[in-house]
Design a protein around this ligand. Structure first.
Ligand code: LMR
Length: 338
């Protein structure tokens, strides 16, 4: 299969994007047929089968969380509208840019012609981080550590959870639960481990002076490969932040939340029926609350901009009534899905 890459950038970055294009050509990838650089989302997404949204508005010093959500809501509303207009109806979208879960929610809300199951936000990076920490602690290869789960937001409230469903493959091929292997290490697994994974992105920035690059790229590639190409191995789950339309594990519907997922034939399925401890439930509630707040902040901006555009667009009175009536239901007004 041949791949055509469309690289979308803001005008100020077009020159350095040309350098990226040169490097991509110099890699002589056998399946890369063409590289297009553009500043136009409609050109970038035209008939696209797979879209990875990596560029957002970065958090600046002193910026409140709501300001960050607002800045990104503007960008991802535009991305979603362009996807809706020109992408393949079967397009699969991975959102990497932070705040990834809510950016994904805003995008899928706008791209109403694309099924919500075609979207996910990257919690695979946190999944790999958690796996690596457990492997290091147990002194085993990461390949042996399975079913560590990231629940919730790609933020410091996420709950990295090795205990609910995690296991390790021993030398003799037997599966041993991580709960039993870590039973004498409760202090670490319920404190240091959690905060190390939750804060890993921040720590990388502190040490490297820049946001994660290699690991984020690797996790994005692994996520797409598992989701769309290979599927998960038997008995294995990966963490994916998906649109919660079913209220999985009692989590509020209408937010993008990371769950343990099985991937098969290009689809993800949340692994249901896991028994969550009270400790886990408490952690899930914290990250759920943060995502609900993020959604409210995004909604606030979308409602305002829709109202602004309503006041400048001439609608028939009945259209206008519907829009304005909906807009008064704070928290429920968006195009359709939030
Ligand atoms: C990461 O987890 O490495 C990034 O999301 C951190 C960031 O803020 O860029």
């Amino acid at each position: 299969m041949l791949v055509e890459l469309r690289l979308l950038e803001i005008p100020q970055a077009l020159k350095s994007l040309a350098g990226v294009k040169m490097e991509l050509e110099d890699c002589a990838y056998p399946c890369l047929s063409k590289v297009v650089c553009t500043t136009d989302p409609l050109e970038a997404f035209d008939s696209a089968d797979c879209i990875v949204l990596v560029g957002g508005f970065p958090r600046k010093k002193g910026m409140a969380r709501n300001d960050l959500i607002h800045a990104n809501t503007k960008i991802f509303t535009e991305m979603g509208a362009a996807i809706d207009e020109v992408a393949s109806p079967n397009v699969k979208v991975l959102v990497v840019a932070n705040p990834a879960n809510t950016n994904c929610l805003v995008t899928l809300n706008e791209a109403t012609s694309i099924p919500t199951k075609n979207f996910c936000a990257l919690s695979f990076l946190d999944h790999q981080r958690a796996k690596a920490q457990i492997a290091k602690r147990l002194g085993v290869s990461t390949a042996r550590v399975r079913n560590v789960t990231i629940w919730g937001n790609h933020s410091e409230t996420q709950y990295p959870d090795p205990l609910t469903d995690g296991y390790c493959i021993r030398d003799d091929g037997r599966e041993v639960s991580l709960a039993s292997l870590l039973k004498d290490d409760v202090e670490w697994v319920t404190n240091d481990f959690i905060s190390t994974v939750q804060n890993r992105g921040k720590s990388v920035i502190e040490v490297r002076g820049n946001s994660s690059a290699l690991s984020a790229a690797m996790a994005s590639a692994d996520c797409l490969k598992t989701w769309l190409v290979t599927g998960t191995n038997d008995g294995e789950t990966v963490s994916m932040a998906i649109y919660n339309d079913k209220g999985y594990y009692g989590i509020k519907k209408g937010i993008v939340f990371s769950f343990p997922c099985v991937c098969r034939d290009g689809n993800w399925y949340v692994k249901e029926g896991l028994d969550l401890s009270d400790f886990a439930r408490e952690k899930l509630a914290v990250t759920e609350e943060e995502l609900v707040e993020e959604r409210l902040a995004a909604e606030e901006l979308i409602v305002k901009s829709r109202l602004r555009s309503l006041s400048t667009t001439s609608l028939t009175s009945s259209e206008s009534d519907v829009e304005m009536t909906n807009s008064t239901h704070s928290g429920n007004y968006l195009k359709s899905r939030i």
